[in-house]
Design a protein around this ligand. Structure first.
Ligand code: ACM
Ligand code: ZN
Length: 536
């Protein structure tokens, strides 16, 4: 090693020049690694290459098999996975070293010499991300599903040390508005893995459709998945069975992606009422579709907690998202029981341990700000928060959950979408926050790539003891305008590549011009993977 790298001096001198000065396409990695140095030469993956995992374990074998599966179709090679108790030189070594605590849960080192590639991590997730870096060091044709002749599968000599900035690097997909098949979701899970993203939020329910089977309420999918979708197409029973969800969860876990279910309540749940009209205000199916649950009645809470029980059993995610945005409060004002409950709550001061934070809408957000989310919603959300906590999970909600008030000590995570005020407000109250702002991180609009890339998720004026509550970033691919997977591709990329880099890369290593250069080979890689980049 020393002979190639000459110790730390090479590291130090080459470090800053890589990337910004353009180290060439073969070193163009997105998200940009923390430290990278390059040297002359390369290692060629060929028929003699072996993937060596050490120590032997189910997780490492799965990562080894995943890598072998990535290399196989284009190269025509069947790279074997072998285990050894101690690391051996040569080939591609995936080595777990629990002593490397400095790498955290997801960090890794990758060293390529002329003799082979070694990836070291303290946890399996780090090895998986090292594999994604190795993938991006290989010629883009490695992504082809057909055998490619005449390409040498060379990995340039590099030394990389890398770990993520944030633990939540998310992407929201919206099968409620326009259904996405199980296979389409798997394809997106694969694309997230390529970008070292680790969360896929499934927006499973909304006014246009209910997309997850709940055994206790069979009509949710019998009726709620057959409503016209956002484009008005007749519903055809578009939903995921519980077996489908288990399959998706396992598929995602194999790619170090957590599926976070989002079950909207008490608004954005219009698909419930054609199936169970008794849950609406007035106890009958409303005329419009943007209606809330009639939260003043116990039946709403029973419904919500029964549904959550099944959702929690299906999804191992530590986080359960309950939406809670844009609740249409009009029907509550006309409903006898909701009116009575609101009047009662209005007379009673909020309990001392409840803190309310009104999010000021930012001038740029361009979305309606609902002044009166109401005490009724606050009461309901606090009950749901307690329930999810009692089941050992953490509630996540859009930043409206701050408006109605959360209890001191609540572990609720805020997903901020209505401007940086929501980020600062959450941090100020000690709530973890995911930055998912409109329009910067909304993928269903025409925001420029540079604006998305340059957005800094941690507000500059936030003191470090509050900034630590920012746990990540997320791009939201709302589905109203995306009828087909080709639409989703076209909208998602390349802005998702920018969000991935913000989620992973330390701010000092982010530079838009450098990113644009690195995007050229990533675009070619995405093209080879069949990602559509033109307006359908
Ligand atoms: C949202 O865009 N309503 C979260
Ligand atoms: Zn009501």
């Amino acid at each position: 090693m020393k002979s190639i790298w000459n110790g730390n001096s090479v590291w130090a001198t080459v470090l800053l020049s890589v990337g910004l000065a353009g180290a060439g396409e073969m070193h163009a990695i997105i998200p940009r690694p923390e430290k990278m140095s390059v040297a002359e030469g390369s290692y060629t993956i060929d028929s003699g290459t072996v993937i060596r995992i050490s120590p032997a374990s189910r997780e490492l074998r799965e990562i080894g098999n995943y890598l072998s599966g990535l290399l196989g179709p284009a190269s025509g090679l069947n790279v074997p996975v072998k285990s050894s108790w101690f690391p051996k030189p040569g080939g591609i070594a995936l080595t777990l070293d629990r002593q490397r605590k400095d790498l955290g849960d997801e960090g890794y080192t990758l060293t390529c010499t002329g003799k082979g590639v070694t990836i070291v991590a303290a946890k399996p997730a780090g090895l998986f991300y090292g594999v994604q870096t190795l993938r991006q060091l290989l010629p883009v044709k490695i992504e082809s599903q057909q055998k490619v002749e005449g390409v040498a599968w060379q990995v340039p000599c590099v030394m990389i040390e890398d770990k993520p900035r944030f633990k939540w690097r998310g992407y929201l997909i919206d099968p409620a508005r326009n259904f996405r098949t199980k296979e389409e979701l798997k394809r997106y899970i694969d694309l997230l893995a390529l970008h070292k993203m680790n969360i896929m939020q499934l927006h499973l329910t909304d006014d246009q459709g209910w997309r997850v089977e709940i055994k206790r309420y069979p009509k949710l999918v019998e009726i709620g998945s057959r409503l016209p979708d956002y484009g008005g197409r007749k519903g055809e029973g578009w939903f995921y069975s519980q077996a489908d969800i288990r399959e998706l969860v396992a598929y995602a876990a194999g790619r170090y992606v957590t599926l976070v279910p989002e079950i909207e309540m008490p608004g954005h749940c219009g698909a419930v009422f054609p199936a169970y009209p008794e849950l609406a205000c007035g106890g009958k199916r409303p005329g419009g579709w943007a209606e809330p649950l009639c939260v003043s009645r116990d039946s709403a809470e029973d419904f919500a907690t029964n549904v959550l029980d099944e959702v929690i059993a299906l999804f191992p995610s530590p986080y359960i998202h309950v939406g809670a945005d844009e609740v249409p409060v009009g029907p509550w004002r006309k409903c006898a029981t909701c009116k009575a409950a609101m009047e009662q709550l209005g007379k009673t001061p909020l309990p001392a341990e409840v803190t309310v934070f009104r999010v000021k809408v930012s001038a740029s957000a361009g979305v309606p700000f609902h002044e009166d989310i109401g005490r009724l919603q606050g009461e309901f959300i606090r009950k749901i928060d307690r329930y999810i906590t009692s089941r050992g999970r953490q509630m996540v909600g859009w930043d409206e959950i701050l408006d109605g008030g959360l209890k001191t000590g609540s572990a609720a995570v805020v997903m901020a979408w209505r401007g940086a005020g929501a980020v600062g407000g959450s941090c100020g109250q000690g709530h973890e926050v995911i930055v998912s702002l409109h329009p910067d991180y909304y993928l269903d609009n025409d925001t420029s790539l540079q604006r998305t890339y340059d957005y800094e998720p941690v507000p500059k004026d936030l003191p470090p003891d509050q900034a630590k509550y920012v746990i990540g970033v997320q791009g939201n691919m709302w589905g109203e305008q995306t009828q087909t997977a080709r639409h989703v591709d076209w909208r998602t990329f390349p802005r998702l590549c920018a969000i991935a880099e913000t989620g992973w890369t330390v701010p000092g290593n982010r530079d838009f011009r450098d990113f644009q250069q690195r995007l050229v080979p990533l675009k070619a890689r995405l093209d080879t993977l069949g990602v559509n980049s033109v307006r359908p």
